[in-house]
Design a protein around this ligand. Structure first.
Ligand SMILES: NC(=O)c1ccc[n+]([C@@H]2O[C@H](COP(=O)([O-])OP(=O)(O)OC[C@H]3O[C@@H](n4cnc5c(N)ncnc54)[C@H](OP(=O)(O)O)[C@@H]3O)[C@@H](O)[C@H]2O)c1
Length: 258
């Protein structure tokens, strides 16, 4: 690969990840990761130019290690950044009443949504150090905000807002914060983002079609609209600027409360 910008996008076979990979590939190289090439073979990802596809399961340390080796081979002169997008919602269908707390689902969700992305990022630091951009994006969510979720009692009771998901994304926010603490000294910009309420498979699962009490004030975005706004928002953010603050950033650049 040449000296043009190179970005890694995880979970790129569909949804927001596919939209990000599609838009980024118009100006930069993309190393797009999918959990399984066989399982995603019908994805439009494989028709894009400027894209290399690598298998990576963020739930698995050995899969991440193998993917990092492949990325090192594909991008020996370094990568500019990573979009940690892959994630799951309420994988084990945990009982909303926490009776009992779902040990296995929490373990799986925290590993997939928080530990995997943080581990992958730390393993890609040497490749990012070869470039000046050094941007790490973590796709978090508005429901990782304690102050927002504590006002969503109806959603918690009636829409099964999954405690497993919010807990895993809060863990992600904190891992991102600690990475920010250590890496911003070396010129890295670490950004946590809410992508909006986006019409993907995950949103269909999280928000039942018959839901009547969802807050109508949430704007609904297509994956393409979300990706466009996310890309615009991160363009402006740089930890080397004096006004840079580590916050939970909304897709449109506004700041959400933690
Ligand atoms: N949609 C929303 O309204 C919304 C709101 C807030 C935050 N988010 C966040 O946005 C991100 C993208 O979600 P989406 O809405 O685009 O959902 P999606 O269409 O369901 O896509 C999820 C992606 O994550 C991948 N993935 C899941 N588990 C994985 C694993 N163990 N290893 C590697 N990849 C894995 C999926 O791959 P497979 O196809 O192989 O499963 C898929 O590519 C997630 O982090 C999600 O939490 C979404």
């Amino acid at each position: 690969m040449s000296s043009e910008q190179v970005f890694v996008v995880t979970g790129a076979n569909k949804g927001i990840g596919l939209a990000l990979a599609t838009q980024i590939s118009t100006t930069s190289k993309v190393i797009a990761t999918v959990r399984s090439k066989e399982g995603s073979k019908s994805s439009a990802l494989f028709k894009l130019n400027n894209v290399e596809v690598v298998e990576l399961d963020v739930f698995s340390e050995s899969s991440i290690d193998a993917a990092v080796k492949e990325i090192e081979t594909l991008a020996p002169t370094g990568i500019d950044g990573i979009w940690n997008n892959a994630g799951v919602y309420n994988v084990g269908k945990a009982d909303v009443n926490m009776a009992p707390v779902d040990f296995g689902s929490l373990q799986k969700e925290i590993t997939t949504n928080a530990i995997g992305p943080a581990y992958l990022t730390s393993k890609l630091v040497p490749l990012m150090e070869k470039r000046t951009t050094k941007k790490v994006m973590f796709i978090s969510t508005l429901v990782s905000s304690f102050s927002l979720v504590s006002d969503m009692k109806d959603m918690i009771d009636n829409l099964s807002l999954a405690y497993t998901y919010s807990t895993s994304k809060i863990a992600l926010n904190f891992l991102a914060f600690f990475l920010h603490h250590h890496l911003s000294k070396k010129g890295f910009t670490i950004i946590i983002l809410h992508p909006g309420v986006v019409t993907t498979d995950m949103a269909k699962e999280a928000i039942p079609e018959d839901a009547t009490n969802i807050d109508q004030s949430f704007e609904t975005l297509t994956p393409d609209q979300s990706a466009e706004k996310l890309l615009q928002t991160v363009k402006e953010l740089d930890s080397k600027k004096s006004d840079y603050k580590f916050v939970l950033t909304n897709y449109d650049g506004s700041i959400l409360p933690f």
